[in-house]
Design a protein. Sequence first.
Length: 241
Amino acid sequence: MNLLLLSNSTAPGRRYLDHALDEIRDVLGAARELLFVPYAGADHDRYTAQVAAALKPLGVGVTGVHTAADPARAVREADAVFTGGGNSFRLLKALHAHGLVTAVRERVAAGAPYLGSSAGTNMACPTLRTTNDMPIVQPPSFESFGLLPFQINPHYQDAPADRTHMGETRAERLTEFLQENDVPVVALREGTWLRRDGDRLALGGTEAGGVLFRRGAEPRELSTGHDLSALLTEPVRFDHR
């Protein structure tokens, strides 16, 4: 599989996707047409236009899957697929409604590059259970694409030393997840991404790095460039409901 999974789509002080354009160019390779999945947002046309403008310098054409008469067929015929960020619950509900969970999984397994940012990165996991989003709608299942056998938490934030907010930290939330699910979680700080090329998986992006959470173990800091290929052999230990 050929995957690029971004924690975030916009870096501070930079334009949409600008911080990752070189990596996007690399993952797309010879593909010059990209099918965009805008369902995590409310205005699908505007969202698609934003992506098209960002990728124009790469010579890549962008079509929104929402404009297709048969979205599943459009996915099956796509050169590459990009699922954008927004609300993960709204996104997953639409993916199930249009029959795209299986369609994307099969198209990517057949060799099409897959790009995700934020919610789109969550979709590469077996389920959306490690999203940060509010469940504004209810999908019929938590099952997502399952392009990886482990979970990701995009937009990971460390708790400030002088915090006054008394709610759970992101690390505490992920610890709660691991109390119920024995599945690794890779937490991606802003500006970072995961890149999968076949059987190789590595952490890329800024020096912010990430954190690996496992049940019964202390969180492990991950530096940019860290080889995470061993995670690709992890068994999936929970259902998708």
